[in-house]
Structure formats: C-alpha cells, structure tokens
Write a protein that binds this ligand. Structure first.
Ligand code: DGL
Length: 261
C-alpha cells in the first residue's frame, strides 16, 4: 500500500482525457495534475525542449512526493520518456507502451491509423513500438497540428473543428483502429466518430492507461489505502481556459493552483 498521489502531466487540457478515466477506474487515488500551459504547445517544439519540459515536470512531482508519474501526453511520451526513465528512479509510464500492449493482445488487426502532433508523428515512436509487437500491420500516420490549440480554446464541437477534422481524416480510411496519439484528441471524439467508418475502433489512450495503471499499482503493491481520492491541478500559467474546460469535461470543480517552476 502507498497512499501518496500519482503525478500526471500534459502541456495543457489534453491530459484531462487520461485523468477522467483514471478518476473513474481508480476513484480512491489522489492525483496531482500538472498542465504546462506556459509552454503549450509541445507538439511543435524540438526534442531537446520536450526533454527539458518533462524533466521540469518530474522535478516538480518529486517535490509533491508522488509515488509514480503518468506522462499523459503523447508528445512527451514519444520524445522524452526513454531519456527520463534513464535519469530518475521513480516509476514513470507514458501512453504508447500500454496502448501497444492492449492492441497486440487482439487478433486480426491489419491496418492502424495514428493521428497525433507533428512532433509525435515525426519521432516515429508509435510505428517503432507497434511494429516491434505487430510486425505485419500497416500503419497510416497523420499529424493534426491544429487540434490541440483548438482544444485549449474549447473549440471541440463547432463547425471549424468539424471541417478541420474532416480535412485531416480525408485520406485516413480502411483502418481497423484509429489511435488518438495526442491526449487532446479524445475531446473531439464525437466529431472524429462522425468522420470515420463505424467499423473502425477509436482508441482513447486514457481508457487504456487507466486500466494499465490499476493493474500496475496492484502488481507493485502501490494502491492507496484511502477511501476517496482527490485531485489537485497545478498550471504553469493560470491565464488560460483550463478551469472552464476541466470543470465541464470532468464534471466537477477541480482545485487549481499555480505551479512554481
Ligand atoms: N496532449 C499532448 C499530446 O498528447 C500535447 C499537445 C501539444 O501540446 O501540442 O501530444
């Protein structure tokens, strides 16, 4: 048993899609969420910058005495996770490996689509990890750089979002699974569903991570002994729409503080 909080971070509101599922799956766990709103977006930044941002987040979580860290960000997972795991002793998980594990346990997958930020797509991290476990699949990858900024603006269900998604997905077809490789993208689930075949399963990494995390905590004796968890969210810049989006999306008000880092 370990009742310390879980640290979870993203550049902004994207990680809320992971937080929501974790709160559902593990309602007794405390979570410290960090949104690096000052340095958003991550998706257009260099690997070097993403490693620096991720190191800063880990250092912040160490001061909060977390028991483990979830990188609820596809860009930081693809560009910094390996490097960071080599530096710190604390358990750190990202969104790629648990998702690949989930998919590789399924049969008859031939074609997988991955949509994510430009940084994630250019890193080829999804391809490398998927092909290691599923060498015979075809992968179509597509950067969708406008979506995360639109999500930060709260534009997830309007005409501009619909047209943007239509344009991005126009040549992503005949796929069995569509991985939402950026954690901001499940905020557009409704519109994405409208644009792809009903036969394609949309993979929301938050759902996969929450189940993986539950299993991880139990296998490693890290579950909390508390009977009700709480979430505290820290932002590196409070001048943004995070609070409104978070309260709407999570469905309850989250305790928000300024992160000094
Ligand atoms: N939500 C993030 C991701 O999963 C970051 C998006 C961004 O900051 O550009 O990639």
């Amino acid at each position: 048993m370990n009742s310390s909080p879980i640290g979870m971070f993203d550049s902004g509101v994207g990680g809320l899609t992971v937080l929501k599922e974790v709160m559902k799956e593990l309602p007794n766990e405390d979570v410290v969420y960090l949104g690096d709103t000052k340095r958003f977006p991550y998706g257009t930044k260099s690997k070097e910058t993403i490693i620096k941002c991720t190191r800063d987040a880990v250092e912040f979580f160490i001061t909060k005495k977390v028991k483990m860290i979830v990188i609820a960000c596809g860009t930081a997972t693809s560009q910094a996770l390996e490097e960071i795991q080599g530096i710190y002793n604390i358990p750190i998980i990202g969104i790629i490996k648990p998702t690949v594990k989930y998919l590789s346990s399924q049969k008859n997958i031939k074609n997988i689509g991955v949509i994510a930020t430009t940084g994630t797509i250019n890193s080829k991290a999804w391809e490398k990890n998927l092909l290691k476990e599923m060498p015979n699949i075809n992968i179509i990858s597509k950067p969708c750089p406008l979506l995360a900024p639109m999500a930060e603006e709260g534009w997830v269900d309007n005409e501009i979002a619909r047209l943007t998604i239509k344009e991005y997905l126009k040549d992503v077809d005949n796929i069995d699974k569509l991985i939402l490789g950026c954690t901001h993208y499940p905020l557009f689930s409704k519109l994405i569903k409208e644009e792809i075949s009903p036969k394609t399963e949309i993979i929301n990494t938050g759902i996969v991570i929450a189940k993986y995390l539950k299993d991880y905590l139990s296998k490693n004796g890290l579950e909390t002994s508390k009977s009700k968890g709480k979430c505290t969210a820290y932002l590196t810049d409070l001048d943004c729409k995070f609070e409104k989006i978070a309260n709407n999306f999570i469905g309850k008000s989250i305790n928000l503080k300024k992160a000094e880092m």
